[in-house]
Design a protein around this ligand. Structure first.
Ligand code: SF4
Ligand code: SF4
Length: 213
């Protein structure tokens, strides 16, 4: 009996599988010395989330809950609240008062960051997310908020004078304005972000002065 082509393929299939094994046997062995030497992940790796801020220090999260609705693992919990003149945490009417991500549930799919309308939520490259307790893996808003960069003014404080939330979304607010700095100086004179914000506001005012162009 003459073996058919499909019969030969069936006989050779297991040998083909071993081909992958054999070709790898002669390659140099790479052993990563984690955690002593950490190999940075790819730039677009999906790691721990971050809640971002605008350059003047206001939070980008508007508490809309779209991220929570998009999450297939039900890992996000958000409670929004109204901004008020005394407690303006983000541009516009609402801010995220409570924000939690449960890393025991999260599968790092990134659907939440796709759903966020203000780019408040993004993902960092941080992948070391282990801990001894279940409670410790529920990250709160304070654990997720981006660090204050030099020149940012800690919220709450009013929006930039005359600015709309659309101008914030478009990236037209590039730092704190003198009026915002004055408001914080009056209400929280000991705020540690004041000196840096004051310098940033002066630099911006100088750059936007037509006489200096
Ligand atoms: S990355 Fe995916 S699973 Fe994790 S919180 Fe976002 S949507 Fe949910
Ligand atoms: S992170 Fe984005 S999607 Fe989630 S509540 Fe805040 S603004 Fe809405």
């Amino acid at each position: 009996m003459i073996p058919t082509r499909s019969g030969i393929r069936e006989v050779l299939a297991p040998v083909g599988g071993f081909g992958v094994t054999f070709s790898n046997m002669f390659r140099p062995v790479i052993t990563e010395q984690y955690p002593y030497e950490k190999v940075p992940p790819q730039p677009r790796y999906h790691g721990r989330h971050q809640l971002n801020r605008y350059p003047d220090g206001l939070e980008k999260c508007i508490g809309c809950e779209l991220c929570a609705w998009a999450c297939p693992a039900d890992a996000i919990y958000v409670e929004g609240a109204d901004n008020s003149p005394g407690v303006q945490m983000s541009p516009g009417e609402r801010y995220g008062r409570v924000y939690q991500i449960n890393y025991l549930r999260c599968i790092f799919c990134g659907l939440c960051i796709e759903a966020c309308p203000t780019r408040a939520l993004t993902m960092t490259n941080e992948f070391e997310l282990a801990g001894p307790t279940r409670e410790g893996l529920i990250f709160e808003k304070k654990d997720l908020l981006a660090p204050m960069l030099d020149g940012m003014l800690a919220a709450p404080h009013p929006m930039a004078p005359g600015a709309t939330d659309t101008e914030y979304y478009r990236g037209e607010i590039t730092g704190p304005a003198p009026a915002q700095v004055e408001w914080v100086a009056e209400h929280r004179p000991d705020d540690p972000t004041l000196p840096g914000a004051e310098r940033a506001a002066e630099r911006l005012a100088h750059a936007h002065n037509p006489e200096n162009r």
